[in-house]
Design a protein around this ligand. Structure first.
Ligand SMILES: Nc1ncnc2c1ncn2[C@@H]1O[C@H](COP(=O)(O)OP(=O)(O)OP(=O)(O)O)[C@@H](O)[C@H]1O
Length: 238
């Protein structure tokens, strides 16, 4: 499995946002779909290792995010909705930082993406002085560094002009054979253009899966695509 998570729970104060959420993916492209506030961004930031879950296990390309975080994080990339970067960092510094953290170099493929995003003129601009779209493009380009096995993208089309959006759609389509790409988006047209399989958030909830699906098991075509279910008796992921 490329990404597997099991029994992820998260509570903020008195609000339980994630309750034993489980799933396993092979390679492919999925668009997480669900209403505002259901927990999509929370889940993605937990899967990216940014936010600690209260409970649960996550494996990225076979590496536990808990016990082997460096190995797991080297194989994943994450593009949050909002830019979390220190405002004095330039675009170039961000790209180098990500490459160093992953123990790799900025390869010609990433350079080609920077060119397609017309980012050349902005690489020495500090994040605090970039437009939101330019910040987003820089973070998106950084997601391709190190040939990740898992790409997590939160509202990746937000704030992009049409030309950039088309480049991103083409890039995502190319990647879906090689990696797992999990996007959270309310932009149905964007999701459809990428060819993503829509994955309702409710499908990730353990109790729901137990009662509605797993006693019968998912249909054969879903199993072939790398879906999983939870054993209703012992909670094991199959
Ligand atoms: N750091 C935090 N502290 C307290 N509550 C939080 C925090 N982060 C998220 N929440 C709450 O958790 C719930 C889920 O938020 P989240 O952003 O994950 O939802 P979402 O499905 O991504 O929503 P949207 O579609 O609007 O982006 C919301 O009620 C939100 O207010």
């Amino acid at each position: 499995m490329t990404l597997r998570f099991h029994n992820i729970s998260k509570t903020f104060g008195y609000q339980k946002v994630l309750d034993r959420v489980s799933y396993a993916f092979g390679t492919g492209l999925y668009a997480l779909h669900g209403s505002n506030g259901i927990g999509k961004s929370t889940l993605l930031s937990i899967l990216a290792g940014i936010l600690e879950p209260d409970a649960g296990e996550i494996e990225v390309a076979g590496h536990s995010l808990h016990s082997a975080p460096l190995e797991a994080k080297a194989r994943l990339s994450y593009v949050p909705d909002k830019c979390p970067i220190y405002p004095f960092m330039t675009g170039c510094e961000l790209l180098q930082f990500v490459a160093r953290a992953k123990g790799t170099l900025i390869c010609p493929d990433v350079e080609a993406l920077l060119e397609s995003f017309a980012l050349g003129a902005y690489l020495n601009t500090r994040f605090g002085q970039m437009s939101l779209g330019t910040q987003k493009k820089t973070m998106l380009a950084s997601a391709w560094i190190g040939q990740p096995s898992v790409m997590l993208m939160d509202e990746s089309s937000n704030g992009l002009d049409l030309a950039t959006r088309d480049v991103l759609i083409a890039r995502i389509r190319q990647m879906r054979e090689k990696a797992l790409i999990l996007i959270s988006t309310h932009d149905a047209e964007f999701a459809q253009s990428t060819g993503a399989e829509v994955l309702p958030f409710s499908k990730l909830h353990g109790p729901l899966m137990r009662s509605h699906e797993c006693r019968r098991g998912p249909p054969a075509h879903e199993r072939a695509a790398g879906h999983c279910c939870i054993d209703p008796e012992n909670g094991a992921v199959e």
